[in-house]
Ligand binder design. Structure first.
Ligand code: GLV
Ligand code: MN
Ligand code: MN
Length: 373
């Protein structure tokens, strides 16, 4: 176990020989941090998050080998559970670091599909000793800046032949869980007028999500029903329960919130019309967007100039741990191109050259930010 200059502890026995921080000449100043996540969704790719962790360790090692002497310390953070796959909430680690009191409370009861509590999982990974999750909250003096390197997860950089994306804002994500209940019954014996099919209520709501998103009138509004489960899941049984999980996002928070309201109205109307019960309509998270900080953007721009790399300012439609780190430090992100913009599927790919470019920009950006007194 290692201790960061900021006093935070780091478990790093799995990467022997790699350095995760570089102590500055003024270690009491807020440090400059970088990092990302290595967890993944089912059937995903190998680059989402991972290059922001491995690609963050390398700059620290390069700067150390070159004899660079930062004023502020540099630290690498690997966030837990950026993806909502296991505990149903996205960016769990960075949300907690950013000081989410409600999450710290809710995590005491949170279990995964195998009934393993978040606390037990965190303990067995060596990350938690007790259940007071609020002891990981950052204060404003921990970090002056946070920088995340990530694949674009969209096609713009590749299509335009641009090497580096400089992220100026991250879109506002929200997720919702919905449960309907009907009477179920025999697929042959119950006649159509007598049914209250929870599966059809879910299907209708999924189409309503698409309709409300399209009606927003902006290409920036998106909505997805990524989980749709029917109970009991037998071909000859009318679904008596259904469960949907809806992801909706927009760079405009008000417009995204309007879509959430419309989805709620539809869920209520569908349940009345079909005689099914709306057991739950739970907004799991409804986050505001984040703006990048000009000082970090400038450091990135100057890094691309020194390296003679083309760059483009862009927004991130995907969410990242940076969305939450922006609440505690000046934040910006470095994007690199990825093959056809593919992400969250196995075909995801970024070339070694593009990854190297991103890491070089990160090295110079960190070096630059670490010299600001
Ligand atoms: C991150 O994984 C996202 O879904 O944007
Ligand atoms: Mn992802
Ligand atoms: Mn990611």
């Amino acid at each position: 176990m290692l201790a960061f200059p900021s006093g935070r502890m780091l478990w790093a026995t799995y990467l022997v020989g790699a350095e995760f921080f570089l102590k500055g000449s003024e270690p009491d100043l807020p440090a400059v941090s970088t990092g990302s996540h290595i967890d993944a969704i089912p059937y995903s790719g190998k680059y989402d998050g991972v290059i922001g962790v491995l690609g963050a360790i390398e700059p620290i090692n390069v700067l150390m080998r070159s004899g660079f002497k930062p004023i502020r310390s540099l630290e690498v953070i690997m966030f837990t559970s950026e993806e909502p796959t296991r505990y149903g909430i996205s960016c769990l680690g960075s949300r907690l670091l950013a000081g989410s009191v409600s999450l710290a409370g809710a995590l005491k009861q949170t279990v995964d599909n195998h009934n393993i509590s978040f606390l037990d999982a965190a303990k067995s990974a060596g990350y938690a000793k007790n259940e007071d999750f609020s002891n990981v909250f950052l204060d404003d003096q921990n970090y002056s800046a946070f920088v995340e390197l990530h694949i674009e997860q969209g096609p713009i950089l590749e299509n335009e032949g641009v090497s580096i994306g400089i992220v100026t804002a991250i879109a506002a994500p929200a997720s919702i869980k919905v449960d309907f209940a009907g009477s179920g019954g025999h697929a042959g014996a119950v006649l159509m007028p007598q049914r209250n099919d929870a599966g059809l209520a879910a299907a209708e709501l999924a189409l309503a999500v698409e309709k409300h998103v399209l009606e927003s009138g902006s290409m920036d509004t998106v909505g997805t029903v990524g989980i749709l489960e029917l109970h009991p899941g037998a071909i000859n049984s009318i679904p008596s329960k259904s469960h949907l999980e809806i992801d909706t996002r927009d760079i405009d928070e008000k417009r995204r919130n309007n879509v959430i309201e419309k989805i709620h109205e539809s869920a209520v109307a569908i349940s009345k019309r079909r005689g099914v019960e709306l057991l739950e309509f739970k907004i799991v998270n409804q986050d505001p967007p984040a703006l990048s900080d000009e000082s970090v953007i400038k450091a990135m721009e100057s890094a691309t100039q020194v390296l003679n790399l083309s760059r483009k300012k862009m927004i991130s439609r995907a969410y990242h741990d940076s969305l939450f780190m922006a609440r505690k430090a000046a934040m910006a992100m470095i994007f690199i191109p990825c093959y056809k913009g593919y992400s969250h599927k196995p075909e995801e790919y970024a070339s070694p050259e593009d990854i190297a470019n991103g890491v070089k920009v990160l090295v110079l950006t960190l070096a630059n930010l670490s010299l600001i007194n």
